[in-house]
Design a protein around this ligand. Sequence first.
Ligand code: ATP
Length: 307
Amino acid sequence: LAQLFRPLDLLGMVYRTIRQGVIDMGSMFDLIDTPSEVVDAPGATALVVDRGHIRFEDVRFGYDDPEHGGREILKGIDLNIPAGHTLAVVGPSGAGKSTLARLMYRFYDLTGGRITIDDQDIAQVTQASLRAAIGIVPQDTVLFNDTIGYNIAYGREGADQQQIETAARGAAIAGFIESQSEGYQTRVGERGLKLSGGEKQRVAIARTLLKNPPILILDEATSALDSRTEGEIQDTLEAISARRTTIVIAHRLSTVVNADEIVVLEAGQVVERGNHAKLLRKGGLYAEMWNRQAQERADEDGVMAAE
Ligand code: ATP
């Protein structure tokens, strides 16, 4: 009987997850891979964010993945992100960076330790209140086959046209929208206007501005944006993360130089932490990654200059 109900459970979970707005989280939260549903603790109360101080205390986690023997992915992570600060998480592929962000949003429960926001354990508050407090700008934004206005308004139920336009201006996409013959009524997605990677990311930023959360998670796009677009998006992201506690999952180190703290994750452990200058002086993994990426940038510029 349990076998019979499993697919129904899964469907229910997918529906609830979509309803809660998780669909726009792109590759960060892969619904199909989600092994079990996280439920509210009995008597869970609403999260109250007054400052937005985040702590990870000895956080441990492994995916319930029989193929890999349930191996531990995060092996005791301690983080302290004071209200309004930006923490950047860097490290090799597979180190566990995106997993940290998924746990913050409580997509999975921890196997050890705890995560708190303003001293409240996120496992003890309602998921709805937790997710309302966190805005995510994902790597790949999923757009609905609807108008561009609808796609932005999705950030906040009942948003009016003026609020949508203010958010679009904040995300520096208002000019682009206004240049379309149907403006905010222009249809996008498979059956409408195709947006570039950078434009889609701006829609995600506009949604987040409408939501106006005290906490932000930015999952930096790995997909190639041209360097001008990348720089402009970076400026917009820096502007929206000012005054908000922000976690940036960074793939390009050039974008983390201004972070208050950078943690280098390797195989599920923090191996270095500090600001950019301190980590460069240390001459460890961060410095090595920085030098390699600087060399790659120089090579690219060389290729471009030669062309
Ligand atoms: P990248 O820079 O490539 O995005 P990352 O540091 O963000 O990597 P994670 O996505 O957090 O890494 O993955 C950490 C480890 O967890 C990897 O070994 C990955 O294979 C594994 N993993 C990720 N998602 C799942 C899942 N749903 N089920 C099982 N294992 C997973």
